[in-house]
Design a protein around this ligand. Structure first.
Ligand SMILES: [Zn+2]
Length: 294
């Protein structure tokens, strides 16, 4: 085992941490580390297989309590794993989705609601109507940006700004919501028309299917705004990197040239969350998500 801190090739086994796995100690710098360092499995008594089942079930719309009951894992453990994976999914999106080649961006929004449907005060921003805005690279189906928020011009501005960070493409196609007329900067070419949003409609359908509350909103809507954001990040990770098209058997990331093979949940769970830097010794500092939602 190579040392994580000084690359010295002789790090020896050094006991077992209480939550399982293997601890190592470097013969040169004498620091210790575990084989699950900087992964979702670190300090958690779960196997990669269990994590995969939890994340897949949640991405397909199972409730956290349902997963907890069926998988016989503590509810807190399930929530903790979903939160951590969602954070890693955000890092993946921030780091890996860039310079996307596409000829046309398609944007649409979906309605859902949080906690209650009616009688929302204007200052109640965390309950009531909840919109999901999605922008998509039209040819590959890659999700460029997804925002959760109120249906306002500012919401749309965020969607446009986030999308601009991912691709140089400036040809937008949307449905006829007026906000798109007011918000996009001058340099953007904008088409309105349902005939051009077919791909997105299909994506919306799949995203809805995989996000239970949005799909069955009558009886199972999201109880917490935060949870919708968390699930949104997870679903975007799934949809861009893991989900394979039934006919072409490739992922959106592959079609865009961002990856050469499909990812699985293990790739998300082990995505680096620490920056490594050298300061006399190799040190690690935790990455932060600048963006609160994909
Ligand atoms: Zn070392």
């Amino acid at each position: 085992m190579d040392c994580l801190f000084c690359d010295h090739p002789k790090a020896h086994k050094h006991g077992k941490p209480s939550k399982g796995g293997q601890r190592y100690r470097c013969a040169a710098c004498r620091r210790t580390f575990t084989d699950t360092f900087d992964t979702l499995y670190c300090r958690r008594q779960v196997t990669p297989e269990q994590v995969e089942i939890i994340l897949q079930a949640h991405a397909e719309g199972s409730s956290l309590r349902g997963i907890s009951r069926i998988g016989k894992r503590a509810y807190g453990t399930v929530v903790d794993i979903v939160l951590k994976a969602s954070y890693e999914g955000q890092l993946v999106h921030n780091e890996e989705v860039e310079d996307v080649e596409c000829r046309q961006i398609t944007a649409d929004e979906m309605w859902s609601f949080v906690k209650k449907q009616k009688r929302c005060e204007p200052d109640e921003i965390a309950v009531g109507d909840c919109w999901l805005g999605i922008s998509l690279a039209n040819e590959s189906g890659l999700i460029l940006s997804l925002r959760v928020g109120k249906h306002t011009d500012a919401f749309l501005q965020e969607l446009v700004a986030n999308t601009e960070g991912k691709t140089a493409c400036q040809l937008w196609c949307t449905d006829n919501w007026g906000g798109y007329e007011r918000v996009p900067p001058e340099e953007i070419t904008h088409y309105i028309g349902k005939e051009n949003t077919q791909r997105l409609e299909r994506t919306n359908g799949i995203v809805r299917q995989q996000t239970g509350w949005w799909y069955r909103r009558q009886n199972k809507f999201g109880k917490l705004w935060k949870q919708i954001e968390v699930t949104a990040r997870l679903v975007v990770s799934y949809f861009n990197w893991i989900w394979q098209h039934s006919r072409t058997t490739d992922t959106a990331a592959q079609r865009t040239g961002l990856s050469i093979q499909p990812w699985d949940w293990h790739d998300i769970a082990t995505y680096p969350t620490f920056y490594c830097f050298y300061d006399g010794l190799v040190s690690y500092i935790e990455r932060t998500c600048e963006d609160d939602c994909v």
